[in-house]
Design a protein around this ligand. Structure first.
Ligand code: FES
Length: 197
């Protein structure tokens, strides 16, 4: 005859094992969503990937916008008049040579044109003050209120190279992303592998 003690002890052992297994399964099941959520989604991965822009149909003086990493990237095809206007108001600019360490651009765009090829300006179209998107004013600079970019939010002004004027709230020039030409009319944004510094 089996004693009550033995039965109780056997049942206790079964319940302990069952509870432990249930706990582990429960923990794995509960952890699964977190493990999945730690893996970047295809969309997130795609958002970080370089994007290609075909500028062959971009008219002189016009702008096109592509999205990269969730931000608007502007490509402006500057006319000779626009480029000539760039040296006009250097003394009114905060950082004409993009020397402020907080001014974001690759070294190959650290010049007055802020570009590899002066004809094509590539900028991240987000104001360095509080992140609004400035308005594009394509006419060459007859005065600081004409050519360039105006951020109506708090009045920041940038010239046609994205260089910020003095006396406005935006602290630095508009950022230039890494990029390179992969053909005469094709720009890869987000990848500058092989571009000479
Ligand atoms: S966000 Fe551009 S001036 Fe404030």
């Amino acid at each position: 005859m089996v004693s009550d003690d033995k039965v109780d002890s056997g049942r206790r052992h079964f319940l302990t094992v069952a509870t432990t297994v249930t706990g582990v399964v429960g923990a794995v099941a509960a952890a699964a969503p977190f493990i999945l959520s730690l893996k970047p989604s295809a969309r997130t991965q795609a958002l970080g990937a370089p994007v290609e822009a075909d500028v062959s149909k971009l008219e002189p003086g016009a702008r096109m916008i592509v999205e990269w990493r969730g931000k608007p990237v502007w490509i402006i095809r500057r006319t000779p008049e626009m480029l000539a206007s760039l040296s006009k108001y250097d003394s009114l600019l905060k950082d004409p040579n993009s020397e402020d360490p907080n001014s974001l651009q690759p070294s190959y765009a650290q010049n007055a044109d802020r570009a590899i090829n002066p004809e094509f300006l590539v900028l991240i179209g987000v104001c360095t003050h509080l992140g609004c998107s400035p308005e594009f004013r394509p006419q060459p600079a007859a005065d600081i209120n004409s050519g360039g970019f105006l951020c109506a939010c708090h009045g920041s002004k940038f010239d046609l190279s994205g260089r910020v004027y003095k006396g406005v709230p935006a602290p630095t020039n508009l950022p230039v992303p890494a990029y390179r030409f992969i053909g005469p009319s094709n720009i890869l944004i987000g990848d500058d592998t092989g571009v000479a510094a």
